[in-house]
Design a protein around this ligand. Structure first.
Ligand code: ATP
Ligand code: MG
Length: 356
């Protein structure tokens, strides 16, 4: 039997509530299957620690996580701590320290959840967005001159490396190949940006030769937003730069009905280091402590984590349980129901236990 070492970092706001729910579902799965076990270590890192000690995590934090099989992350951010401090103080050092260069966001409309798109129903929209997570527009390189003066100039440099683009493109083609439709859409802006984006296009064409069974096309990011809304069925796997995919995946999340159901994985495809799985939503202090946080994003995140660990049967079982519970209408208020976090969690655990 495989035992997986999981680092749980619930962090701020509703993070601890949804991570507790996710761990309950994982435990129910482990007991049901008997095929794997979890050895979970909790880390109390986050904004509270920052307020007490001046740091969200210890200086050797990433080092402490190195030997785990995966990181199960809640949400970080607090109303009284500036965003750039929480962002740079916990998530980014982990993503960068472990070279989690692929940010992977599955999106679909779960049964029982209504998309704001009138023309779309469950099953019509089933995407995975792959975001380049290590370079591009968020290189942090740039500067400002003549600050505050009429002649002020600011630069914001995008860095694209051949190594960086090749590896994300290969990952995206592989992922597309593993899905039934074997369909990949490469998003760029090479009509207006003549260097990095043109290299991105060229590398997509190069890598496509390694995957003759994958059908792929190239779309400009502006046209892509229209296509996501008007023709969602034409899309399956999507790959885009750090900035473009950041924006497109928020749109995707909204089209799928709620932030409360959207998961993500920050993945090191080479498996040199642990990958990190988290719901897309933030700490949501407006509902913290009310017991109504939607745990579905975290269940889906847990399923993504199980998939990554190779426990695909358990991952499928978990998603089937979630879909059953959503279809039956056991939903939290953000998706139109009146159930609590615990009621949804209990229903999912029951479905896991009851299922064959
Ligand atoms: P952060 O600053 O960390 O991004 P936030 O408070 O802005 O956190 P978001 O997660 O970005 O919160 O979400 C915006 C709003 O969406 C929240 O205020 C909350 O009302 C709602 N929301 C987000 N996640 C959930 C969830 N899991 N369940 C229910 N509602 C949610
Ligand atoms: Mg927010």
């Amino acid at each position: 039997m495989n035992t997986y070492k999981i680092a749980a970092i619930p962090a701020d706001g509703i993070g601890p509530e949804v991570i507790a729910a996710g761990l309950q579902a994982l435990e129910a799965l482990a007991r049901r299957d008997g095929g794997f076990a979890l050895d979970v270590t909790h880390f109390d890192w986050g904004s509270e620690r920052y307020k007490q000690t001046g740091a969200l995590m210890p200086e050797d934090g990433a080092q402490q996580l190195r030997d785990f099989d995966a990181i199960f992350f809640g949400a970080v951010g607090a109303p009284d701590v500036p965003d750039h401090i929480t962002l740079w103080g916990l998530r980014l050092p982990i993503c960068q320290g472990f070279d989690q260069y692929a940010n992977v966001r599955p999106t679909k409309i779960l049964p029982g959840i209504t998309s704001p798109l009138a023309n779309v129903k469950t099953g019509d929209l089933d995407w995975v967005i792959v975001r380049e997570n290590s370079e591009g527009e968020y290189s942090g390189i740039g500067g400002r001159a003549h600050k505050g003066m009429p002649e002020e100039v600011a630069t914001e440099v995008s860095i694209f490396t051949r190594v960086g683009v090749l590896r994300i493109m290969r990952y995206a083609f592989q992922l597309a190949q593993s899905r039934p439709r074997k369909l990949l859409t490469v998003v760029t802006k090479s009509n207006a940006q003549r260097y990095g984006m043109v290299m991105w296009d060229e590398i997509a064409a190069e890598v496509s030769k390694e995957f003759p069974d994958v059908t792929w096309d190239k779309v400009l990011v502006d046209a892509m937003t229209v296509r996501m809304v008007k023709d969602p069925q034409s899309l399956d796997t999507i790959v885009a730069t750090n900035l473009h995919a950041d924006i497109l995946s928020d749109l995707a999340g909204a089209l799928a009905g709620s932030l409360g159901v959207a998961p993500t994985g920050n993945i090191d495809p080479e498996r040199r280091f642990p990958s990190m799985f988290e719901p897309i939503h933030g700490s949501a202090f407006d509902i913290t402590g009310k017991g109504i946080a939607n745990p579905v994003a975290t269940f889906w995140t847990a399923a993504q984590m199980l998939d990554h660990l190779g426990e695909t049967a358990a991952a499928t079982r978990l998603m089937r349980a979630v879909e059953k519970v959503c279809a039956e209408g056991t939903l939290t208020p953000d998706v139109g129901g009146s159930a609590t976090t615990q009621q949804v969690t209990d229903a999912v655990c029951d479905a896991i236990r009851g299922e064959n």
